[in-house]
Design a protein around this ligand. Structure first.
Ligand SMILES: C[S@@+](CC[C@H](N)C(=O)[O-])C[C@H]1O[C@@H](n2cnc3c(N)ncnc32)[C@H](O)[C@@H]1O
Length: 206
């Protein structure tokens, strides 16, 4: 396995020391994470789920807004679970945040649980995105909102790490098609010029 493929695998599911370093590297995603959270229009009483929380920056932001609601996160990386748990230790202790190790394809929540669900820089790492999106839709309340953030395909294509077979790159239109296929409506996307790239956020409702 080549260097770029190894790196891509670390971004997909961080493990060990390299995984912990990847968690530090994910700080470059803060701008996109904050933007995505703003598009969700989270209310203080909302129940919010983040999929693929990585080092837990998004969870931390949401916990500051959904002060009387519920903030949950699922990630299948033990290394990220530990980093995010440390970052959000105080909120976890008082029961305002719950993180768990798990896979987006099989969530341990009942149907119709969350008002808002989001995933940043995750969907292009999914082998079967349709199955995962259908599972997200299952746990979303009717009228709930989903936000999926990705970096634009043309920006990611500049990096060797995205050409290893691990990433599936998406345009905004691709995401809208996928969300519609998964049963969400009405799906749309918005873009944002960030410092070194274009961010795309696809939004949809149940
Ligand atoms: C590139 S990192 C992004 C982390 C963070 N969301 C950000 O924007 O910086 C991808 C994260 O999604 C998690 N992940 C990828 N596929 C997953 C899946 N099927 N179920 C749960 N977590 C997943 C990985 O473990 C990793 O922490």
């Amino acid at each position: 396995m080549g260097l770029w493929h190894r790196l891509a695998q670390q971004f997909r599911q961080p493990t060990g020391i390299l995984g912990r370093l990847a968690g530090v590297f994910f700080r470059i995603n803060l701008e996109g994470i904050d933007w995505t959270i703003s598009l969700l229009e989270i209310q203080p009483t909302d129940h919010v789920l983040e999929i693929g929380f990585g080092p837990g920056h998004g969870i931390q932001q949401v916990a500051r807004i959904a002060t009387q609601g519920r903030v949950a996160g699922v990630d299948f990386s033990e290394a990220m679970f530990q980093q995010a748990s440390r970052r959000n230790a105080a909120a976890i202790t008082v029961g305002r945040v719950e993180l768990c190790l798990g896979d987006a394809s099989a969530l341990l929540y009942p149907d119709n649980t969350f008002h808002k669900i989001f995933a940043t820089n995750v969907v292009y790492l999914w082998k079967d995105p349709l199955v995962n999106l259908q599972e997200l839709r299952r746990v979303m309340k009717p009228g709930g909102r989903l936000a999926l953030y990705v970096i634009a395909k043309e920006d990611l294509l500049k990096f060797k790490v995205t050409q290893t077979g691990v990433y599936q790159l998406y345009t905004g239109d691709d995401l809208v098609r996928l969300l519609t296929q998964a049963g969400f409506r009405p799906a749309r996307f918005v873009t944002k010029a960030e410092r070194h790239r274009i961010g795309i956020c696809a939004l949809a409702e149940k």
